[in-house]
Design a protein around this ligand. Structure first.
Ligand code: TMP
Ligand code: ASP
Length: 242
Protein backbone atom coordinates (compact mmCIF):
# COMPACT_ATOMS: atom_id res chain seq x y z
CA UNK A 1 0.00 0.00 0.00
CA UNK A 2 1.45 3.39 -0.89
CA UNK A 3 1.96 5.98 1.81
CA UNK A 4 0.91 9.39 0.45
CA UNK A 5 2.91 11.25 3.08
CA UNK A 6 6.34 9.87 2.44
CA UNK A 7 8.94 12.14 0.87
CA UNK A 8 11.32 9.43 -0.30
CA UNK A 9 11.55 5.66 0.00
CA UNK A 10 14.88 3.90 -0.28
CA UNK A 11 15.67 0.21 0.11
CA UNK A 12 16.29 0.39 3.87
CA UNK A 13 14.62 3.63 4.99
CA UNK A 14 11.64 5.92 4.39
CA UNK A 15 11.89 9.69 4.86
CA UNK A 16 8.82 11.58 6.08
CA UNK A 17 8.36 15.35 6.20
CA UNK A 18 7.51 17.15 9.46
CA UNK A 19 5.85 20.51 10.19
CA UNK A 20 9.33 22.01 10.10
CA UNK A 21 10.75 21.99 6.53
CA UNK A 22 14.28 21.75 7.97
CA UNK A 23 13.52 18.47 9.78
CA UNK A 24 12.65 15.01 8.42
CA UNK A 25 11.85 11.71 10.10
CA UNK A 26 13.86 8.67 8.96
CA UNK A 27 12.08 5.34 9.47
CA UNK A 28 14.42 2.32 9.42
CA UNK A 29 12.88 -0.76 7.79
CA UNK A 30 13.51 -4.45 8.53
CA UNK A 31 13.68 -5.03 4.74
CA UNK A 32 17.07 -6.17 3.46
CA UNK A 33 18.29 -6.10 -0.13
CA UNK A 34 21.59 -6.91 -1.82
CA UNK A 35 23.07 -6.73 -5.31
CA UNK A 36 20.96 -3.71 -6.27
CA UNK A 37 17.82 -5.38 -4.89
CA UNK A 38 18.27 -8.57 -6.94
CA UNK A 39 18.22 -10.36 -3.55
CA UNK A 40 15.46 -9.42 -1.11
CA UNK A 41 14.59 -10.47 2.40
CA UNK A 42 13.96 -9.21 5.86
CA UNK A 43 16.07 -9.16 9.01
CA UNK A 44 14.12 -9.27 12.27
CA UNK A 45 14.60 -6.13 14.42
CA UNK A 46 17.01 -4.65 11.83
CA UNK A 47 15.15 -1.34 11.74
CA UNK A 48 15.40 -0.83 15.50
CA UNK A 49 18.99 -2.06 15.68
CA UNK A 50 20.25 0.08 12.79
CA UNK A 51 18.39 3.15 14.07
CA UNK A 52 19.81 2.73 17.58
CA UNK A 53 23.35 2.01 16.36
CA UNK A 54 23.32 4.93 13.92
CA UNK A 55 22.05 7.27 16.64
CA UNK A 56 24.82 6.25 19.07
CA UNK A 57 27.55 6.43 16.43
CA UNK A 58 26.34 9.81 15.12
CA UNK A 59 26.37 11.14 18.72
CA UNK A 60 29.90 9.81 19.24
CA UNK A 61 31.09 11.43 15.98
CA UNK A 62 29.33 14.75 16.79
CA UNK A 63 31.08 14.82 20.17
CA UNK A 64 34.37 14.58 18.26
CA UNK A 65 33.59 17.41 15.87
CA UNK A 66 31.93 15.69 12.89
CA UNK A 67 28.66 17.41 11.90
CA UNK A 68 25.87 14.85 11.34
CA UNK A 69 22.21 15.06 10.33
CA UNK A 70 21.09 13.29 13.52
CA UNK A 71 18.78 15.22 15.88
CA UNK A 72 17.13 12.62 18.17
CA UNK A 73 15.25 9.31 18.22
CA UNK A 74 11.45 9.52 18.48
CA UNK A 75 10.91 5.73 18.47
CA UNK A 76 13.15 2.68 18.44
CA UNK A 77 13.14 2.64 14.63
CA UNK A 78 12.68 6.35 13.88
CA UNK A 79 14.99 9.34 14.15
CA UNK A 80 14.59 13.04 13.42
CA UNK A 81 17.27 14.29 11.03
CA UNK A 82 18.20 17.58 9.43
CA UNK A 83 16.98 18.01 5.86
CA UNK A 84 20.03 18.23 3.57
CA UNK A 85 20.82 18.44 -0.10
CA UNK A 86 22.33 14.96 -0.44
CA UNK A 87 25.31 14.35 -2.76
CA UNK A 88 24.46 11.43 -5.12
CA UNK A 89 27.63 9.71 -3.91
CA UNK A 90 28.49 6.68 -1.82
CA UNK A 91 31.79 7.40 -0.10
CA UNK A 92 33.45 4.10 0.79
CA UNK A 93 36.44 3.82 3.12
CA UNK A 94 38.41 0.56 3.26
CA UNK A 95 40.95 -0.59 5.83
CA UNK A 96 41.07 -4.25 4.79
CA UNK A 97 40.41 -5.71 1.33
CA UNK A 98 36.93 -7.24 0.92
CA UNK A 99 33.91 -7.13 -1.38
CA UNK A 100 34.17 -5.26 -4.66
CA UNK A 101 37.81 -4.27 -4.03
CA UNK A 102 38.83 -7.96 -4.08
CA UNK A 103 36.56 -8.68 -7.03
CA UNK A 104 37.89 -5.81 -9.14
CA UNK A 105 41.60 -5.91 -8.22
CA UNK A 106 42.33 -9.52 -7.29
CA UNK A 107 43.65 -8.49 -3.86
CA UNK A 108 43.08 -11.43 -1.48
CA UNK A 109 40.27 -11.07 1.07
CA UNK A 110 41.67 -9.81 4.37
CA UNK A 111 44.70 -7.97 2.94
CA UNK A 112 45.45 -5.15 5.39
CA UNK A 113 45.79 -1.89 3.42
CA UNK A 114 48.84 0.25 4.21
CA UNK A 115 46.63 3.34 4.21
CA UNK A 116 42.84 3.64 4.24
CA UNK A 117 41.43 3.75 0.71
CA UNK A 118 38.65 6.26 -0.06
CA UNK A 119 36.45 5.51 -3.08
CA UNK A 120 33.50 7.36 -4.60
CA UNK A 121 30.59 5.50 -6.18
CA UNK A 122 27.80 7.16 -8.18
CA UNK A 123 24.55 6.64 -6.25
CA UNK A 124 22.45 5.69 -9.27
CA UNK A 125 20.47 2.42 -9.21
CA UNK A 126 19.80 2.48 -12.96
CA UNK A 127 23.57 2.48 -13.61
CA UNK A 128 24.29 -0.03 -10.81
CA UNK A 129 26.14 2.47 -8.56
CA UNK A 130 29.40 2.52 -10.59
CA UNK A 131 32.83 3.33 -9.15
CA UNK A 132 33.82 6.89 -10.15
CA UNK A 133 37.18 8.40 -10.92
CA UNK A 134 37.74 11.90 -9.52
CA UNK A 135 37.63 13.27 -13.08
CA UNK A 136 34.32 11.53 -13.84
CA UNK A 137 32.86 12.84 -10.59
CA UNK A 138 33.89 16.38 -11.58
CA UNK A 139 32.74 15.86 -15.18
CA UNK A 140 29.25 14.98 -13.91
CA UNK A 141 29.42 17.95 -11.48
CA UNK A 142 28.41 15.72 -8.57
CA UNK A 143 30.56 17.92 -6.28
CA UNK A 144 33.12 20.72 -6.65
CA UNK A 145 36.87 19.96 -6.37
CA UNK A 146 36.91 21.61 -2.92
CA UNK A 147 33.94 19.49 -1.82
CA UNK A 148 35.62 16.28 -3.05
CA UNK A 149 38.72 17.15 -1.00
CA UNK A 150 36.60 17.88 2.08
CA UNK A 151 34.52 14.69 1.66
CA UNK A 152 37.73 12.67 1.52
CA UNK A 153 39.16 14.44 4.56
CA UNK A 154 35.94 13.92 6.57
CA UNK A 155 35.68 10.27 5.49
CA UNK A 156 39.25 9.62 6.70
CA UNK A 157 38.61 11.35 10.03
CA UNK A 158 35.38 9.35 10.51
CA UNK A 159 37.34 6.17 9.69
CA UNK A 160 39.94 7.01 12.34
CA UNK A 161 37.22 7.55 14.97
CA UNK A 162 35.15 4.51 14.01
CA UNK A 163 38.15 2.13 13.81
CA UNK A 164 39.13 3.15 17.32
CA UNK A 165 35.57 2.90 18.63
CA UNK A 166 34.85 -0.54 17.09
CA UNK A 167 38.23 -1.82 18.34
CA UNK A 168 37.01 -1.00 21.87
CA UNK A 169 34.11 -3.41 21.11
CA UNK A 170 36.59 -6.06 19.86
CA UNK A 171 35.29 -5.53 16.34
CA UNK A 172 37.46 -4.81 13.28
CA UNK A 173 36.06 -2.15 10.93
CA UNK A 174 36.93 -3.64 7.53
CA UNK A 175 35.18 -1.06 5.35
CA UNK A 176 32.05 1.10 5.27
CA UNK A 177 29.92 3.42 3.16
CA UNK A 178 28.98 6.99 4.03
CA UNK A 179 26.62 9.54 2.51
CA UNK A 180 26.88 13.28 2.93
CA UNK A 181 24.74 16.33 2.24
CA UNK A 182 24.94 20.11 2.27
CA UNK A 183 23.05 22.20 4.82
CA UNK A 184 21.61 25.65 4.11
CA UNK A 185 24.93 27.29 5.00
CA UNK A 186 26.79 25.07 2.50
CA UNK A 187 28.43 23.01 5.25
CA UNK A 188 29.07 19.31 4.49
CA UNK A 189 27.16 17.13 6.96
CA UNK A 190 27.27 13.34 7.47
CA UNK A 191 23.90 11.74 6.62
CA UNK A 192 22.25 8.33 6.05
CA UNK A 193 23.20 5.64 8.60
CA UNK A 194 26.14 3.75 10.11
CA UNK A 195 25.13 0.16 10.76
CA UNK A 196 25.90 -3.48 9.92
CA UNK A 197 24.05 -2.78 6.63
CA UNK A 198 26.66 -0.22 5.62
CA UNK A 199 29.84 -1.47 7.35
CA UNK A 200 31.84 -4.69 7.20
CA UNK A 201 32.49 -5.67 10.81
CA UNK A 202 34.58 -8.65 11.89
CA UNK A 203 34.46 -10.17 15.36
CA UNK A 204 38.02 -10.08 16.73
CA UNK A 205 37.21 -13.05 18.98
CA UNK A 206 36.70 -15.34 15.94
CA UNK A 207 39.30 -16.34 13.33
CA UNK A 208 37.06 -18.42 11.07
CA UNK A 209 36.35 -16.28 7.96
CA UNK A 210 32.62 -17.03 8.03
CA UNK A 211 32.01 -17.04 11.77
CA UNK A 212 33.75 -13.68 12.29
CA UNK A 213 31.30 -11.80 10.01
CA UNK A 214 28.94 -9.55 12.02
CA UNK A 215 27.38 -7.55 9.17
CA UNK A 216 25.14 -7.72 6.11
CA UNK A 217 27.58 -10.06 4.34
CA UNK A 218 25.83 -12.80 6.38
CA UNK A 219 22.68 -11.96 4.40
CA UNK A 220 24.46 -11.27 1.07
CA UNK A 221 26.36 -14.59 1.21
CA UNK A 222 23.68 -16.70 2.96
CA UNK A 223 25.95 -17.36 5.96
CA UNK A 224 22.99 -17.75 8.38
CA UNK A 225 22.50 -16.29 11.88
CA UNK A 226 21.99 -12.78 10.45
CA UNK A 227 19.81 -11.56 13.33
CA UNK A 228 22.25 -12.85 15.96
CA UNK A 229 25.11 -10.95 14.29
CA UNK A 230 23.17 -7.65 14.29
CA UNK A 231 22.17 -8.19 17.94
CA UNK A 232 25.82 -8.89 18.81
CA UNK A 233 26.97 -5.60 17.28
CA UNK A 234 24.19 -3.71 19.10
CA UNK A 235 24.99 -5.19 22.48
CA UNK A 236 28.75 -4.58 22.16
CA UNK A 237 28.25 -0.98 21.00
CA UNK A 238 25.78 -0.22 23.79
CA UNK A 239 28.10 -1.64 26.45
CA UNK A 240 31.05 0.33 25.04
CA UNK A 241 29.09 3.59 25.05
CA UNK A 242 27.20 3.25 28.37
P1 TMP B 1 31.64 -3.14 -1.67
O1 TMP B 1 32.85 -3.92 -1.27
O2 TMP B 1 30.51 -4.01 -2.15
O3 TMP B 1 31.98 -2.04 -2.65
O4 TMP B 1 31.10 -2.42 -0.35
C1 TMP B 1 31.90 -1.54 0.38
C2 TMP B 1 31.18 -1.14 1.66
O5 TMP B 1 30.02 -0.38 1.37
C3 TMP B 1 30.71 -2.30 2.51
O6 TMP B 1 30.93 -1.98 3.88
C4 TMP B 1 29.23 -2.40 2.26
C5 TMP B 1 28.85 -0.99 1.92
N1 TMP B 1 27.79 -0.91 0.92
C6 TMP B 1 26.63 -0.23 1.20
O7 TMP B 1 26.44 0.30 2.30
N2 TMP B 1 25.67 -0.17 0.24
C7 TMP B 1 25.84 -0.71 -0.99
O8 TMP B 1 24.93 -0.62 -1.83
C8 TMP B 1 27.06 -1.40 -1.27
C9 TMP B 1 27.29 -2.05 -2.60
C10 TMP B 1 28.01 -1.48 -0.29
N1 ASP C 1 21.88 -2.14 -0.40
C1 ASP C 1 22.31 -2.50 -1.70
C2 ASP C 1 21.19 -3.08 -2.52
O1 ASP C 1 20.32 -3.68 -2.48
C3 ASP C 1 23.46 -3.43 -1.84
C4 ASP C 1 24.18 -4.02 -0.67
O2 ASP C 1 24.12 -3.52 0.45
O3 ASP C 1 24.85 -5.03 -0.91
O4 ASP C 1 21.08 -3.12 -3.50
Amino acid sequence: MSDPQKLYEGKAKILYPTDDPQILVAYFKDDATAFNAAKRGSIQRKGEINCTLSARLFQMLESRGIPTHFIDCIAADRMRVRSLNIFPLEVVVRNIAAGSLCKQTGLPLGTVLKNPLVEFFYKNDALGDPLLTRDRLLLLELATPQQVDRLREMALEIDRLLVEFFASCQITLVDFKLEFGLDEAGQIVLADEISPDTCRLWNQLETDPNRRVLDKDRFRQDLGDVEAAYEQVLSRVLSAIN
